[in-house]
Design a protein around this ligand. Structure first.
Ligand SMILES: *Cc1c(COP(=O)(O)O)cnc(C)c1O
Length: 372
């Protein structure tokens, strides 16, 4: 049994994916081909934003968003401490100070009240200038954007939505990757919508942001590629990946997102009496990048992981270490007093296999192993 079965998906979509790859090899526009334009338009339509810019990966998408907002030295950027490293790494790379904020213990996402406290503290201390908020849609569930937006507006801060895991999630009738002033996603193969290599995208409603990020992504181009008006990057989604993503987006929209939700509902039904299962608040929808249980302690987690491994069932720990305890952020000595929820979660979370092609039989076998 695989944790995420990409091969099952390939075989379900093989005919379309193979045909699309063959078409790119025939027309030969490997960079910036028609498929890239079509995909960008379809992604913007799906997420409900004015603009979508595809790029090389989800990390670059964050970097381009931060550069677009002018984040740099002396700035404070507020980031949840329970996330994948790239959410914070990109901030540090721009020379800004990460201010790590704790998360809600049931949704795993940024705690808006603690965010407010953290912003106030930074203002009072006067050492850094609050610049923006990075909110992460962890495990496929959108962060609490209504609450985060209220805090952001109180201090006039823009929001970057790190939707690398969130693509397909929703709040009411609005889709993930539309909640930030700039939103980003990743097409890393294991994400809810993945390609066959690296890929990413950026979403916004603002024309000036879109123009600036389009320039930054192509060596700071001005009117054309050999007119360079700023220092930028080389960050593109290549045509082959776009050609692979088109039928995958179609399947995601038609049935994969529903299938993920069916697997999650089946797990929850079987496990909720015994375990703390993931909470999806009223009105929210998850794309289930991960299905993550909260266990009693690390000891129980180790026992369960060993037991499942014996039965050929893979499990993963996302994430064992919060950002403020990462070696790379070793010098971090800034307001760490209240990051207890994230620290506790790191010792207790365990993710179980989740993908749209997981059979009922396998889901039941996994649940039985956890209940035995
Ligand atoms: C995967 C991920 C990223 C980075 O995406 P890449 O495409 O691997 O660069 C950023 N943030 C979060 C939360 C992620 O899960």
């Amino acid at each position: 049994m695989q944790f995420i079965d990409l091969n099952a998906q390939y075989h379900a979509l093989k005919e379309h994916i193979d045909a699309n790859i063959a078409r790119v090899l025939e027309h030969g526009h490997y960079i910036g081909g028609e498929e890239v334009k079509t995909l960008s338009e379809e992604l913007a339509r799906y997420c409900g934003t004015q603009y979508c810019l595809t790029c090389a990966n989800g990390t670059d998408a964050l970097t381009l968003a931060l550069r677009c907002l002018g984040v740099g030295k002396g700035d404070a950027v507020f980031v949840p401490t329970f996330t994948f490293f790239a959410s914070a790494e990109t901030v540090a790379l721009e020379g800004a100070q990460c201010i790590f904020v704790d998360v809600d213990e049931r949704t795993f996402n940024l705690d808006a009240e603690k965010l407010d406290i953290a912003i106030r503290r930074v203002i009072e201390q006067g050492k850094y200038t609050p610049k923006c908020i990075v909110a992460v849609d962890l495990f496929g569930l959108p962060a609490d954007y209504p609450a985060i937006r209220r805090v952001a507006d109180r201090y006039g801060l823009p929001i970057i939505e790190d939707g690398a895991q969130g693509f397909g999630g929703s709040i009411g009738d609005k889709k993930a990757c539309s909640f930030g002033d700039i939103s980003t996603t990743s097409f890393f193969p294991a994400k809810p919508l993945g390609c066959y290599g690296d890929g990413g995208a950026i979403f916004t409603d603002r024309a000036e942001y879109y123009e600036l990020m389009s320039s930054l992504a192509v060596h700071g181009k001005g009117t054309f590629k050999y007119d360079n008006v700023r220092i930028g990057y080389n960050s593109r989604l290549d045509t082959l990946q776009a050609a692979i993503l088109l039928p995958k987006l179609d399947a995601f929209r038609r049935y994969e997102l529903d299938a993920r939700n069916r697997v999650a509902a089946r797990y929850t039904q079987a496990l909720q009496a015994r375990y703390t299962t993931p909470l999806v608040p009223e009105g929210f929808g998850s794309s289930w990048a991960q299905y993550t249980l909260i266990l009693d302690d690390t000891r129980q987690r180790e026992d369960l992981q060993a037991k499942l491994r014996e039965q050929g069932i893979p499990t993963m720990v996302y994430y064992p270490t919060p950002m403020h305890k990462q070696t790379a952020f070793g010098g971090y000595d800034f307001h760490t007093e209240d990051l207890r929820v994230a620290e506790s979660l790191c010792g207790r979370v365990m993710s179980i296999p989740m993908h749209p092609y997981l059979s009922d039989e396998d889901a039941d076998r996994i649940a039985r192993a956890l209940l035995a």
